[in-house]
Design a protein around this ligand. Structure first.
Ligand SMILES: Cc1cc2nc3c(=O)[nH]c(=O)nc-3n(C[C@H](O)[C@H](O)[C@H](O)COP(=O)(O)O)c2cc1C
Length: 169
């Protein structure tokens, strides 16, 4: 398939938005990532697809630990910042008002929908990208946070459950 047509189709795929981060202050790096999913439950593992040109890629490999922070609707500015849209790089993307640290020193976003601390166990390279497979060491969630999604170039969110909508009809 022609790559342009493929990208047009993939724009329709709704995705949760995360910041993958690694390192200890003042050497933290992080980036906005939608290519993330759980892989196995036993043991608990996750996988994300990282562009090998991204600044965080080499840092994740060096540190061997990283965090996954699933963003809420309150975090659109952070999603843009960590996607490089503000021309701010490296540790300067991290504001202490938003970030604390896991025991492994990986950055942990306050008020995230969910945060995981992961140990990098395997990398699978595929052309421009690399699948980073992590074993989950610890994690927590914030039940009141509303997830941020990205679809067709827009920041969107989840809708009320279908059952709830049916009751209101
Ligand atoms: C909504 C959204 C999702 C993204 N998902 C990914 C992704 O899954 N993998 C990836 O390598 N880059 C992804 N990017 C692009 C990176 O966030 C962007 O290239 C970033 O600037 C890389 O970090 P760096 O500037 O520190 O190199 C995404 C960007 C946006 C806006």
């Amino acid at each position: 398939m022609n790559p342009k047509a493929f990208l047009q189709l993939m724009r329709k795929h709704p995705a949760a938005v995360n910041i993958i981060a690694t390192g200890k202050a003042p050497h933290r790096t992080g980036m906005t990532v939608s290519a993330f999913m759980s892989l196995t439950a036993e043991p608990p593992t996750v996988v994300c697809a990282i562009n090998r040109n991204a600044f965080s890629y080499a840092h994740m490999t060096d540190n061997q630990v990283f965090s996954v922070n699933t963003l809420s609707v309150e975090h659109v500015d952070l999603a843009k910042l960590f996607a490089g849209q503000a021309q701010v790089f490296g540790d300067e993307r991290f504001d202490e008002a938003h970030w604390q640290a896991f025991d492994s020193d990986s950055p942990c976003l306050r008020h995230a929908v969910m945060s995981l601390e992961c140990r990098l166990i395997r990398q699978v390279q595929e052309n421009t990208h690399c699948l980073m497979i992590g074993e989950v060491i610890s994690g927590h969630c914030n039940d009141s946070a509303i997830p941020l999604l990205y679809r067709d170039g827009e920041w969107v969110t989840t809708s009320p459950p279908l059952v709830q909508q049916a009751l209101q009809a």
